[in-house]
Design a binder for this molecule. Structure first.
Ligand code: 6PG
Length: 255
């Protein structure tokens, strides 16, 4: 059993009446963080989550004017499928957002899945990140924003329960495994280097996993979202249904 490692910043928990309100607030928050990063450092690096929850957020961002030249897009995980496949996170994001805005193609870092193996894809993506961030390979790059979801089993990105990816402490990108489906995923150490992490979690089916992720003591290998304890800020944006899983002791702002 492991006690949740204390984040340098206590997680902020915001609860919204429904998914639509959560998405509206998350859109505002992401826009604010993008603009603040560009104002402070001349660029913003954001790693996107896959799954269904963030899609309306991406659709809302498609209606937003942003400094596209200074915005750099990555994915925190990807399924090992062609970009034309309906399961591709990049396909979903391109259709919902990126194909509709004038962001330079060179600012979009798609996980290469047209390779001979998931391992090759993970290695190539790590090389692409190394080239994109001006840090020595001995250091971890710091993303300005990482968006995460959480599965009903407590996974996040493609860090699934009791898989080898959870134990990876050196690599930036590794191979995740969802049952028999290989994934490419950021590692927990890379995610935890972020300036700002936002979890977007909606639905009653997430209650049980949330109760364990926020429990004082639980097993991070069973509930990998517990591994997320960033050097920067950690925010959970929940809808009311999902928030029913929070232990009573967890402070939250109800909107
Ligand atoms: C993916 C995601 C994954 C997702 C969760 C929650 O590639 O599927 O990165 O970690 O965030 O499974 O998915 P939903 O938002 O669809 O519930």
């Amino acid at each position: 059993m492991t006690v949740a490692p204390p984040s340098l910043h206590a997680p902020k928990v915001n609860v919204f009446p429904d998914k639509a309100a959560l998405v509206t607030a998350a859109t505002e928050q992401v826009i604010e963080l993008i603009r603040a990063a560009i104002a402070a450092r001349g660029r913003c690096s954001i790693a996107l989550s896959g799954g269904s929850t963030p899609k309306p957020l991406y659709q809302a961002l498609a209606q937003t004017e942003l400094p596209w030249q200074q915005l750099y897009i990555y994915w925190g995980d990807e399924r090992y499928v062609p970009i034309t496949h309906s399961d591709s996170n990049a396909k979903m994001t391109q259709e919902a957002w990126l194909s509709q805005v004038p962001i330079p193609a060179e600012n979009i870092f798609i996980v290469p899945t047209d390779t001979d193996s998931p391992q090759t894809s993970a290695e190539r993506y790590q090389q692409a990140l190394m080239a994109s961030f001006d840090v020595p390979s001995s250091q971890l790059p710091q993303f300005d924003i990482i968006l995460l979801g959480m599965g009903d089993d407590g996974h996040t990105a493609s860090l699934f329960p009791h898989t080898a990816a959870l134990k990876e402490t050196e690599r930036w990108v590794t191979v995740g495994q969802k049952d028999d489906q290989p994934r490419i995923t950021f590692t927990a150490p890379l995610i935890n280097q972020a300036r700002h992490i936002i979890f977007l979690v909606a639905g009653a089916n997430k209650q049980s996993a949330l109760s364990q992720v926020f429990a004082p003591v639980a097993d991070s290998a069973t509930y990998p979202a517990r591994l997320i304890a960033p050097v920067g800020t950690l925010q959970w944006m929940l809808d009311a249904d999902a928030s029913q899983g929070l232990p009573q002791t967890i402070e939250r702002t109800v909107h």
